[in-house]
Write a protein that binds this ligand. Structure first.
Ligand code: URA
Length: 432
């Protein structure tokens, strides 16, 4: 039988007209885009057609496999400690404001003798990146070779580092294109993007934190549920034991947004304190990860007992960081006062994310530096009563000309009422 011949235009037309792509079409177009045979403008048109027309589960699974196939796969099945195999588990968040959970969670789970290979990214836009946060620690380095990561996982259990360019290179190229063509928010493309990297990373199990609300990609519960169900199915079909939690992202997590500020808050959690919501979500995700790794334990014990803090110190030191070095402090701060007295009924996560970003905590373009000390401290969260003139926020930056833009973003961020709002559950649902 003659081999099928493919071309980009007929593949775009097929999806534009609402038909499913064949396995052969998907394999070809993903490979041809990665090697440059399919032009960026053609892939942009196809991404828009996918956003508007959707994909069947079979198509998403094949697209994911094709993206994995463009790069290398890591293998942690050989990890050992004391001659025994180490189970592996990982967590991925779809991104939120003040989402520093990876920082306390990774050493907490590692403190139970589980390896947590966390390949993380840098922030772009209003959500922060885990690597940017950790780089606020003096000396800490994000780049580990595969051999260094393997050795660190065996020695200390946790490693948070930059994903090398070898994992799913098709995704890297496609994500950059989606970012500038209004096609980020397509469930098939988000699901395949996240899961291609996580499957290629080689973890045996995975917990997904799928955010819902004003500060998340997925604004509605229905969209978030569809994304979570799609990713759980992709993981399972590829042999990665996957569970998802749907969690609220209308309000920022904790009381800080910004790199060094979030490290400080994470250290409070590792010291047995910290904001209730950060502790609650850290423990909820740790329970899921430990269960998937076959460990029967209550993770609250290792937060209280200091074992998670010991694992944090070992993990930071292993990557050249000084866990005792003071965190950077911004050269300038400004308070934003409450315009009147009342009870806070809402705090808009997106507004806080944008303010932190404008203060210098985030970047506008890939590769730009970020300020380690910039960000927002939130003094009032929903349910708190405030007096007129009391600070609602403290803004931190090294470049004070940024204050006005950040304050403008926060102008309508807080809503007030007479009584505390009904408490929204932080963990909305579990999908397995
Ligand atoms: N994070 C990813 O890695 N990919 C997406 O498409 C969206 C969020």
């Amino acid at each position: 039988m003659a081999a099928e011949v493919y071309d980009a235009v007929s593949i775009i037309r097929t999806k534009r007209d609402g038909e499913a792509l064949t396995d052969g079409q998907i394999d070809w177009v993903v490979r041809a885009f990665t090697d440059g045979t399919v032009a960026d403008y053609q892939m942009s048109a196809l991404a828009m057609a996918i956003l508007l027309r959707g994909m069947e589960r079979r198509e998403i699974a094949r697209w994911t496999a094709a993206m994995i196939g463009t790069g290398e796969r890591m293998d942690f099945s050989g990890l050992r400690r004391g001659g025994r195999p180490l189970p592996t588990t990982d967590k991925h968040s779809t991104g939120g404001v003040g989402d520093k959970i990876t920082l306390p969670l990774t050493p907490l789970v590692a403190s139970y003798g589980v390896a947590v290979p966390q390949l993380s990214g840098r922030g772009l836009g209003h959500t922060g990146g885990t690597l940017d946060k950790l780089e606020a620690i003096a000396g800490w380095r994000a780049d580990l070779t595969g051999a260094e990561m393997f050795a660190q996982l065996e020695a200390v259990g946790g490693a948070i580092c930059a994903a090398g360019s070898g994992l799913a290179p098709a995704d890297k190229k496609l994500y950059a294109l989606r970012d500038v063509t209004g096609t980020v928010e397509a469930v098939p493309l988000i699901a395949s993007s996240i899961m291609s990297k996580k499957i290629a990373e080689g973890t045996a199990s995975l917990v997904l934190d799928v955010k819902v609300g004003a500060g998340a990609f997925m604004k509605t519960e229905a969209q978030a549920r569809e994304l979570a169900e799609t990713m759980v199915a992709l993981g399972r079909d590829s042999g990665v034991d996957t569970v998802a939690l749907l969690t609220d992202m209308n309000c920022p997590l904790g009381r800080t947004a910004g790199n060094g500020l979030e490290v400080a808050e994470s250290i409070e959690v590792l010291s047995g304190g910290g904001p209730d919501d950060v502790v609650e979500l850290t423990l909820a995700l740790a329970r899921e990860m430990l269960a998937l790794a076959g460990v029967d334990a209550d993770p609250a014990e290792h937060l209280r007992g200091g074992h998670a803090m010991d694992a944090w110190r070992a993990m930071i030191s292993a990557q050249g960081g000084d866990p005792d070095a003071p965190l950077p402090v911004a050269r300038h701060t400004r308070d934003v006062p409450a315009p009147s007295a009342g009870v806070v009924t809402g705090l808009d996560a997106m507004a806080v994310g944008v303010a932190a970003w404008r203060l210098g905590a985030g970047r506008e373009r890939q590769g730009e530096p970020v300020q380690a000390a910039a960000g927002v401290t939130m003094h009032a969260k929903p349910g708190d009563a405030v007096a007129a003139g009391q600070p609602l926020f403290t803004l931190h930056t090294d470049t004070p000309e940024r204050f006005d833009g950040a304050a403008a973003a926060l102008e309508d961020a807080v809503t007030f009422g007479d009584a505390a709002p009904a408490r929204r559950p932080l963990v909305i649902d579990r999908i397995a």
